[in-house]
Design a protein around this ligand. Structure first.
Ligand code: ZN
Length: 186
């Protein structure tokens, strides 16, 4: 195995030496790289170029992340983290399921997690333990930034406090709302 960075059009070898893999093209028996990446040669002499992508941001303690509620259990809400604030155009590394424990939802006692978050809500949260991807929505700017009506799937509008209502079906729901509710472009 060898690994070497190449640019598009770089000569990699000949079709007598290698079998054509991904990211490689054959021009009259000469093999060239199709894109920027690292050369990879398998045991069976298949040569390919593994594309170089921008290094994903590493999530750190104190980072602010935007994510979507994927599941709500009795004591935790599971968040699929979509991006790190300030690095929105970069994808996140593979592991991106954060959790908000019921004790980190707000400053104060939470009785029922399902009154704080709804399925598929978009939330803004602070990373309090990057290793375990534990998140917190304590503080005014954190919490739900977009919520969906459980009945008709319309976007809920903020009324007052933590109360939301649906323009379409007039359903009223409550959430742990961020001050940025409705202003966030996600
Ligand atoms: Zn509705």
């Amino acid at each position: 195995m060898e690994s070497e960075m190449v640019l598009p059009g770089d000569f990699l070898g000949t079709s007598e030496e290698y079998i054509l893999g991904d990211g490689v093209y054959d021009d009259e028996g000469n093999l060239y790289a199709l894109y920027i990446g690292d050369v990879s040669i398998s045991d069976k002499r298949v040569i390919s170029v593994v594309p170089k992508v921008e290094t994903p941001p590493v999530i750190k303690d104190g980072d602010v992340v935007i994510g979507q509620i994927g599941d709500i259990k009795d004591t935790v809400a599971v968040v699929s983290i979509a991006c790190v604030e300030g690095k929105e155009n970069r994808e996140i590394a593979a592991v991106n399921q954060g959790i908000i424990h019921i004790s980190n939802v707000r400053n104060g006692y939470v009785n029922e997690l399902r009154q704080e978050f709804g399925y598929l809500d978009v939330v803004k949260a602070k990373v309090i333990d990057a290793k375990a991807l534990r998140l917190s929505t304590e503080g005014k700017e954190f919490g739900v930034v977009r919520a969906i009506c459980a009945k008709c799937k319309g976007t809920l509008k903020r009324k007052e406090g933590d109360t939301l209502s649906c323009d379409i079906c007039e359903r009223v729901e409550t959430r742990n709302l961020s001050d940025d509710y409705g202003t966030c472009l996600v």
